[in-house]
Ligand binder design. Structure first.
Ligand code: DC
Length: 223
């Protein structure tokens, strides 16, 4: 059976996860938030009191279970949606996500999920590394100020303490770290469609991506 894949990449706070979730629901596809996976590993390593800067500390990944049920990530059987959005995780996740053993493990897990289902997957390296053969690749971005504003709203909805100015600084720092790391950096795939969402409403972005994807499916199914 042929499964279809939609890849959505972009920097922190570009609105990827809200849009990816909406499009996945409309398509009845599985939504995979790969950022949540890097956050979950960071959260677990912090709980284990490990040295997060040391790539050799992540052997626990082999005994870690990560499962998505209805778009929600369960880490070792627990719903960790709220704690993985904490400031502590925000401040450490880029370092953890720069480790080669961590990336290799999570990339192969993501590829395995996509092998067995229709997916909408969002992250930083989906179009370039995880799903280079995706049926449609989107690269979404927006100004730093707009992305910080969206994160601020999202935090408040989740009941997380949030400071707009601090978010601007954090987003700038993470953008730099994520795009300048040596291994699988944040990068637009050459064949990805670039969407500047600074002035677009989230529903508009989702509609646009959904329509592009349906056009591609129509063409592919008639081939
Ligand atoms: O999308 P997010 O803010 O939840 O992602 C958290 C961090 O994980 C982000 O700083 C970069 C990293 N990440 C990554 O390196 N590769 C991915 N595919 C997804 C996220």
């Amino acid at each position: 059976m042929k499964y279809y894949k939609l890849a959505i990449d972009g920097p922190a706070g570009a609105g990827k996860s809200s849009v990816a979730k909406m499009v996945a629901r409309r398509l009845h596809y599985t939504y995979i938030d790969t950022g949540a996976m890097y956050r979950a590993i960071t959260y677990k390593a912090m709980k284990l009191n490990l040295d997060l800067a040391d790539p050799n500390q992540f052997g626990f990944l082999d005994e870690t279970e990560m499962k998505f049920i209805d778009g929600i990530l369960y880490l070792d059987g627990k719903n960790i949606t709220v704690p993985i959005r904490s400031n502590e995780v925000n401040n450490n996740v880029s370092v953890v996500a720069s480790h080669v053993p961590v990336r290799n493990k999570l990339v192969s897990l993501q590829q395995m999920i996509a092998k067995n289902s229709n997916v909408v997957m969002d992250g930083r390296d989906i179009g370039t590394i995880v799903l280079p053969d995706a049926d449609l690749k989107i690269y979404m971005s927006a100004t730093v100020e707009e992305r910080a504003r969206r994160r601020h709203e999202e935090n408040r909805t989740l009941g997380i303490k949030s400071d707009y100015q601090a978010l601007i600084e954090e987003i700038k720092r993470r953008d730099l770290f994520d795009s300048s790391r040596n291994y699988n950096p944040l990068r637009k795939a050459e064949d990805a469609v670039f969407l500047d969402t600074s002035k677009m409403d989230i529903n508009e972005v989702a509609d646009k991506i959904y329509e592009m994807f349906m056009d591609i499916l129509k063409t592919k199914r008639s081939e």
